[in-house]
Design a protein around this ligand. Structure first.
Ligand SMILES: C[S@@+](CC[C@H](N)C(=O)[O-])C[C@H]1O[C@@H](n2cnc3c(N)ncnc32)[C@H](O)[C@@H]1O
Length: 336
């Protein structure tokens, strides 16, 4: 199936793939490229074939498709295709990862090292293609990371000219700290908050991969709302706050993690973040919650949180490789 559809998908992305600096893209986007439930992301020398078992054609044979994808992607430098199968009914797996998600042997091609570095714009990021169902990097946020870097670079230059302190950035739900790296490379002092020690360690490695000394930056293993409360008490303030939470997360009383639901909690997240914003500071609010991606819906939660409609700031358009998936992600930037 990919033998016919993938070359056409690459042709549609020709301008993007030829750009040179960035090495990680979505090269195949399910129904928008002609095969429902099938996505392919390229990360430098590796590609990930994502198959949703409830949507992909029944006749699809991942092994054959991976081999076809490898042949077609080889000219881009791809040497391995790994499979990540997503099951609609994850409970049927009893919490166990599908074996291919952790197998160092790809479905097609030669095995790659456990972690690889890919370049995106001005920064390098560590991705892991067989370390579970995620890779360590959300490609759909690429241009929003560029927005963060550009906005911080402009502010940092102004601050330097006045001998004023570097811009301060708070990155909540920071995961592997890709937004923080983009901000720090542009001259910010960052605080990355996440409940996962493993992801924050990965984030620190991402700083080191970019020759950024992690020492002046803060990596806080905390529940986001707890951190926002702590920051308020300590009178910490920020020039840019990034909100990019998951749709849901189960809490753990023992670990001090509250359950999170974007639909129930987004407005409060905005309200508590807005209190920490410096004058002229900006909040970047993102979501992949389907209901909040409906037209006007994220704006409504933000306005609820701020207490009135804020001043919106124009973000870059979604990258070409995600332009057909508009209903799956939403982001708005604003000054409170
Ligand atoms: C969708 S990822 C965030 C993506 C990230 N913003 C990026 O750009 O790469 C979700 C992250 O939220 C973290 N998380 C879940 N619940 C949390 C909570 N209550 N407080 C802080 N982090 C949380 C998870 O550990 C995970 O790293």
């Amino acid at each position: 199936m990919l033998r016919d559809a993938l070359p056409k998908a690459l042709e549609r992305r020709r301008a993007l793939l030829g750009r040179g600096t960035t090495q990680a893209f979505r090269v195949f986007s399910g129904p928008a490229d002609g095969i429902d439930g099938v996505f392919i992301d390229v990360y430098g020398p590796g590609a990930v074939l994502i198959v949703y078992d409830d949507k992909a054609p029944r006749a699809l044979e991942p092994g054959l498709e991976a081999a076809a994808a490898l042949r077609i992607l080889q000219p881009l430098g791809v040497r391995a295709v790994y499979l990540k199968p997503f099951s609609k009914d994850r409970s049927s797996l009893g919490g166990v990862l599908p074996p291919t998600a952790t197998d160092p042997l790809p479905l097609a091609g030669e095995p790659l090292p456990k972690s690889i570095l890919i370049r995106e714009h001005d920064w390098l990021l560590e991705v892991r293609l067989y370390d579970g169902l995620s890779t360590g990097l959300f490609l759909d946020q690429r241009e929003n990371r560029a927005f963060v870097a550009d906005w911080i670079a402009a502010l940092a230059a102004k601050r330097r000219a006045r001998n004023a302190p570097a811009p301060a950035v708070l990155n909540t739900f920071a995961y592997t700290c890709a937004f923080s790296v983009a901000a720090a490379k542009a001259g910010a002092i960052t605080t990355s908050v996440d409940v996962s020690a493993r992801y924050l360690e990965w984030g620190e490695r991402n700083f080191s991969h970019n020759s950024l000394d992690p020492a002046p930056h803060r990596f806080a293993r905390m529940d986001t709302f707890d951190f926002l409360g702590y920051a308020r008490k300590k009178a910490l303030t920020y020039d840019l706050i990034i909100l990019d939470p998951p749709s849901f997360a189960t809490g753990s009383k023992k670990k001090g993690i509250r359950p999170w639901s974007s639909i129930a909690d987004y407005a409060r997240l905005v309200a508590e973040s807005a209190r920490l914003l410096n004058p002229q500071g900006v909040i970047l609010a993102c979501t992949n919650t389907q209901e909040l991606c409906r037209p006007g819906r994220l704006e409504r939660e933000i306005s609820k949180g701020v207490g009135r409609p804020p001043k919106w700031i124009t973000l870059p358009p979604p990258p070409t490789d995600f332009a057909h998936e508009r209903g799956r992600f939403a982001a708005r930037a604003f000054t409170a």
